[in-house]
Design a protein around this ligand. Structure first.
Ligand code: NAD
Length: 271
């Protein structure tokens, strides 16, 4: 999808250094955001996990991203080394994009109460929620007033969505964490926000049983009658990461073709 999207060029992010965590391939939401930020003049660093390196490197080359850093968010050593490299190479940071989530796909189906194990509950929370707290703590000392952080969440935190199960719980923790981080970093002039994106066809969505129905049903219910466009999510990220988003912090902005406002689908008029 992002292949067809034109990101208008500009200077909104000129002179800004942004770490983007979570590009896995061309369908990743982080990739759409990276393209948008680059088109507006940002200098980017990508963090990646080993399994994704082959796919991420050509994408980094496409945008002229020189800083490619291995970072597994489950490892303190890996995170320490990654943010150490950013400090050594850049010394300063203006933006952080956190687009990372994981859960065992065997638990993203059927009954939440029956299928959720202690181990996967903890791992899902660690990778999908704590990692933002950890990354924010490491990024903040490099940021001056005007710095901005953005994470990606989903409506499954607020409402019960079939199969989303433990990920919904992790996203609720992520959104609450966003507010607490925003409170702590606000006095330093750093803004912290979440974007609640509608369903988008990515690797992550593929791990959710019935993920395709989230797309097709979502399209039917959403006021705009369309899928969420990654370009819209990227535009929102640009807004929040640039000075356009001044005075906004601790917010959770829905970019989902309006899906979240609908309580019940349209019904036939029975006269
Ligand atoms: P994606 O699979 O492209 O991205 C997920 C990323 O998480 C990958 O880059 C993966 O490498 C990374 N990751 C997983 N485990 C990691 C670890 N231990 N250390 C470091 N990185 C790790 O899928 P996406 O849909 O672009 O997901 C990005 C974010 O957007 C996620 O937080 C996801 O929950 C959220 N989101 C997705 C949708 C959707 O429908 N696709 C909707 C709303 C929110």
């Amino acid at each position: 999808m992002s292949d067809e999207t034109h990101f208008p060029e500009g200077t909104l992010m000129k002179g800004r250094k942004v770490v983007v965590m979570g590009v896995a391939n061309k369908n990743s939401i982080a990739w759409a955001i990276a393209q948008q930020l680059a088109a507006q003049g940002a200098e980017l660093a990508f963090t990646y996990i080993e399994a994704m390196e082959k796919r991420v490197r050509p994408l980094a080359d496409e945008l002229g991203v020189k800083l490619m850093i291995h970072a597994d968010v489950t490892s303190d050593e890996s995170m320490e080394a990654a943010f150490g490299t950013i400090k050594d190479e850049w010394g300063e940071l203006h933006g952080l994009v956190h687009a990372i989530a994981f859960s065992d796909k065997d638990e993203l189906k059927g009954s939440f109460v029956e299928n959720t194990s202690r181990e996967n509950f903890a791992r899902s929370m660690d990778i999908s929620a704590f990692s933002f707290v950890d990354a924010a703590r490491r990024a903040a000392p490099m940021m001056a007033p005007g710095g901005s952080m953005v994470t990606l969440t989903y409506l499954g935190s607020e409402r019960v969505i079939p199969s989303y199960n433990v990920m919904g719980v992790a996203k609720a923790a992520l959104e609450a964490s966003t507010r607490y981080i925003a409170r702590d970093l606000g006095p330093k002039g750093i803004r912290v926000n979440a974007i609640s994106a509608g369903a988008i066809k990515t690797l992550s969505l593929g791990g959710i049983t019935g993920g395709r129905s989230l797309l097709s049903e979502g399209r039917k219910w959403a006021p705009l009658r369309e899928d969420t466009d990654p370009a819209g999510v990227a535009g929102c990220a640009l807004y929040l990461l640039s000075d356009l988003g001044k005075s906004i912090t601790g917010e959770n902005l829905h970019v989902d073709a309006g899906f979240h406002i609908v309580g019940f689908p349209d019904v036939e008029d029975e006269g």
